[in-house]
Design a protein around this ligand. Structure first.
Ligand SMILES: [Zn+2]
Ligand SMILES: [Zn+2]
Length: 506
């Protein structure tokens, strides 16, 4: 979304700048720097300078080969860190950061990602990218909350001996960790042909607060996790992938020192039935919200829409799965009833600082990461206005279906007056009130497979489960009227991802 380009990008750049030049002022003072200092995708970036081939991108999902760090880097930041990097790049050639993968690299990434996922689903027909990410997200939260504390034992079977030893010797201890926000998390490589295990590498950009001896610090972290699972194992059902559970009895993870489940007493050998973390690497920076509100030139709006190779086939399967007679009529309806209203609602919720009004329309992770930015804007007395939005063309980019979920990715073209001003004084900080900004973004909507709801009845002001007003969703998107969690997409579409043109890959 547009907003994240500015808001989010900003911080990314901040880190990069802090990291590479040691000073933000330094950047702003450079020729051409003035208004271009703008945040990048989410907060979380850090030192990614790689030699010549290193590129930065972000994007929807899986990229490339396993061990190739250069390539892995290519797929890191989702949304937009890239832009932030770009700004910096222009001004500081001595650091060889490449902002966007060159066109031919993008194509390679594209087919490789598709192939990898296909192979994964072939070997485990229950595999769902969405559920795997939810599992890793749950693991990530627990890991950082419990590391260095006795409670780590309760989740220990999900970690390798090496990590358990680090826990034992105290080297994981960094004080109390709280307010964890994941900005981006995605699989970047899959290896199915190694030993007796399958391996997945996941990149995670996040930030969290550490408190030690009364001192609190906000940290930005960029981590790479290698997870493994025994070959031939099939993924567990959605309920068992969304939280950490005992692979034997399904109870909430609670293991003893010896690795036995407190509920069923079974000894759990890591990686035998569920993914476990083999190793982690991380780069950590200190967070700063300095520089929020600065803009950079929009990039990639004129690129052709990237369409998945199997789109035609996937459309056919989608129509069959959902008993839909004709794609064109359906897609028109989808655009008018789902995509446009949700797009407008999310933009207005952001622009008016009423983010909770969009709660039931957005996945948990996306909601949390944007909320983090809204909070930072507010703290700096800034507001990002997005006025007079007009939606232009909407292209279909991708349909992906696994055993549990359907994902439809569209590219939305739009324009609006997009600027950041001081909420007290009204002073313009960045953007323009006079010229509309034209942009496009890839939005991915997710829904539980088999829902088969009549799209024409969709009403974004109602709970898609019970039909009550969507005014009491709380922070967890649980409808107070029916007690059901909406943000998994179990009842209707929710927005799961937004990716900028210049970093989108299939
Ligand atoms: Zn158990
Ligand atoms: Zn409800």
């Amino acid at each position: 979304m547009h907003f994240h380009k500015k808001s989010l990008k900003i911080i990314a750049i901040t880190f990069i700048v802090l990291l590479l030049s040691g000073s933000i002022v330094d950047l702003l003072a450079r020729p051409g720097g003035g208004s271009s200092f703008r945040g990048g995708s989410r907060s979380y970036s850090s030192s990614r300078s790689s030699s010549s081939g290193g590129s930065y991108s972000s994007g929807g999902s899986l990229p490339v080969s396993g061990e190739n760090v250069g390539f892995a880097f290519a797929v890191i930041l989702i949304f937009v860190v890239v832009n932030g990097v770009k700004v910096y790049l222009k001004q500081s050639q001595e650091h060889s950061i490449i902002s966007t993968p060159p066109k031919n690299t993008q194509n390679t990434l594209r087919s490789s990602k598709g192939d990898m996922l296909k192979k994964m689903k072939k070997s485990d027909e229950n595999f769902s990218n969405i559920l795997f990410i939810e599992f890793t997200t749950a693991l990530y939260h627990k890991f950082h909350t419990f590391k260095g504390k006795p409670a780590f034992t309760t989740i220990a079977p999900f970690f390798s001996e090496r990590l358990k030893n680090k826990q034992k010797n105290g080297s994981l201890s960094i004080g109390n960790v709280s307010e964890i926000v994941i900005g981006n998390i995605e699989i970047v490589s899959i290896e199915l042909n190694r030993n007796i295990y399958d391996y997945l590498t996941v990149n995670i950009q996040a930030n969290y607060t550490t408190t030690k001896n009364g001192n609190s610090q906000r940290r930005v972290t960029d981590e790479k996790w290698l997870l493994k699972r025994k070959k031939g194992v099939k993924s567990a059902a959605p309920e068992l992938m969304r939280t950490l559970t005992c692979p034997s009895c399904g109870a909430t993870a609670n293991f003893s020192d010896s690795g036995h489940c407190a509920h069923c007493q079974t000894f759990i050998q890591g990686g035998e039935h569920q993914w476990m973390v083999e190793s982690t690497t991380e780069k950590i920076e200190t967070f700063s919200s300095h520089g929020l509100g600065h803009y950079e030139q929009e990039t990639g709006t004129d690129y052709p829409t990237i369409v998945h190779d199997n789109l035609r086939n996937n459309i056919h399967n989608y129509l069959v799965d959902n008993n839909i007679p004709a794609w064109n009529d359906y897609f028109d309806q989808l655009k008018n009833v789902i995509v446009k209203p949700i797009f407008l609602k999310i933009y207005s919720a952001w622009s008016e600082n009423k983010w909770n009004e969009a709660r039931h329309l957005i996945s948990d992770r996306l909601y949390d990461s944007y909320k983090f930015w809204i909070t930072n804007y507010k703290q700096e007395n800034l507001v990002n206005k997005l006025n007079d939005i007009e939606i232009g063309r909407i292209d279909l980019a991708h349909i992906d279906t696994d055993k549990y979920y359907e994902t439809i990715t569209v590219r939305i073209f739009a324009s609006c007056y997009d600027y950041v001003e001081n909420s007290r004084t009204g002073k313009l900080i960045g953007g323009s009130k006079r010229h509309k900004r034209v942009f496009s973004e890839y939005w991915s909507f997710v829904r539980r497979k088999g829902v088969q709801k009549d799209e024409s009845k969709f009403d974004l002001n109602k709970c898609p489960n019970c039909g009550a007003p969507a005014d009491k969703m709380g922070q967890a998107a649980e409808c107070e009227y029916c007690g059901t969690k909406i943000s998994f997409g179990d009842f209707s579409w929710v927005l799961a991802m937004i990716v900028q043109d210049e970093v989108y890959t299939v």
